[in-house]
Design a protein around this ligand. Structure first.
Ligand code: HEC
Ligand code: HEC
Ligand code: HEC
Length: 197
């Protein structure tokens, strides 16, 4: 009996330490993905957060504010989650510390294509499961949307783009994209807000 215990104890202790470490890692990852961390800790994310509030993605179907993580961190807790989290976390931190960019002069055009590649389709599909329905999931998607999504699903050629590559400016709208006709409604809501100030 006595010999048994001494073997089990280190194993149990190891498991407890591992569990504590995992819990701590999980907590840090979640905390650093929160809206408050993204937009308050890093003041340079202010414009992105502000624009989000006037975008089609301000609120989810239940009326709850959509968080940065719901698009920018792959769902689940797998290797891809950790890779993206580590990559974007470290990059943001380095940019934050080394350059400390001023949100007013931050060059956003080069960031857009990078962000589009890293926004995972699974994030979009978590809310838009049926690609043959409109954004509310009520009516059928437009003919153009059906053709494009056929191509995305490989039923009509093969689209080379992911969701974010076709659906640009769905959450953010830097000044240089506001003149585009497709962004008229979004740009209008932002300028209305700016006029009220
Ligand atoms: C509904 C999905 C969605 C949400 C929510 C979202 N983003 Fe984005 N984000 C995108 C997409 C897609 C891009 C790629 C560029 C584009 O098309 O706007 C992007 C690009 C970016 C970029 C780089 C380009 C730019 O416009 O400066 C930053 C930085 C960024 N997001 C930060 C944030 C922060 C901070 C939040 C939360 C306050 C957030 N995002 C919430 C989808 C989202
Ligand atoms: C948390 C849920 C959620 C996520 C994540 C999400 N969406 Fe949406 N999306 C919505 C809601 C809610 C609307 C607004 C529906 C309405 O019209 O009331 C919407 C609207 C849209 C629209 C129509 C309006 C527009 O701006 O063109 C498109 C297209 C769209 N989403 C694509 C995407 C893509 C692509 C992604 C991934 C980058 C994404 N969504 C991520 C919930 C989500
Ligand atoms: C090859 C380009 C392309 C790709 C890839 C693509 N879409 Fe679309 N999507 C479109 C077009 C075009 C429309 C129709 C827009 C319109 O009618 O104004 C559309 C329509 C939609 C709508 C309905 C918007 C509304 O006005 O109600 C949603 C939601 C949507 N897409 C989500 C997605 C999601 C999620 C993905 C990835 C799984 C995706 N799309 C991939 C091109 C694309």
């Amino acid at each position: 009996m006595g010999e048994h215990k001494s073997k089990i104890r280190p194993a149990a202790l190891g498991a407890a330490v591992l569990a504590a470490l995992l819990a701590f890692a999980g907590y840090t990852l979640r905390a650093s993905s929160s809206m408050e961390f993204c937009s308050a800790t890093c003041h340079e994310m202010g414009p992105q957060a502000e624009e989000l509030r006037y975008s089609s993605h301000a609120l989810d179907a239940q009326g709850k504010p959509i968080s940065c993580a719901q698009c920018h961190i792959p769902p689940g807790f797998g290797p891809r989650y950790l890779a993206v989290k580590a990559y974007s976390g470290i990059k943001d931190l380095v940019v934050h510390l080394v350059q400390s960019p001023d949100p007013a002069t931050m060059r956003r055009a080069p960031l857009q294509p990078v962000a589009r590649r890293f926004v995972d389709d699974a994030n979009c599909l978590a809310c838009h499961a049926d690609l043959y329905k409109d954004a509310k999931g009520e009516k059928t998607v437009s003919d153009l949307g059906r053709l494009a999504h056929d191509a995305y699903l490989g039923k009509n050629g093969q689209a080379k783009s992911n969701c974010a590559g076709c659906h640009i400016n769905i959450a953010h709208l830097p000044a240089f994209d506001r003149r585009l006709l497709v962004n008229q409604a979004f740009a209008g809501r932002i300028s209305l807000k700016e006029a009220r100030r």
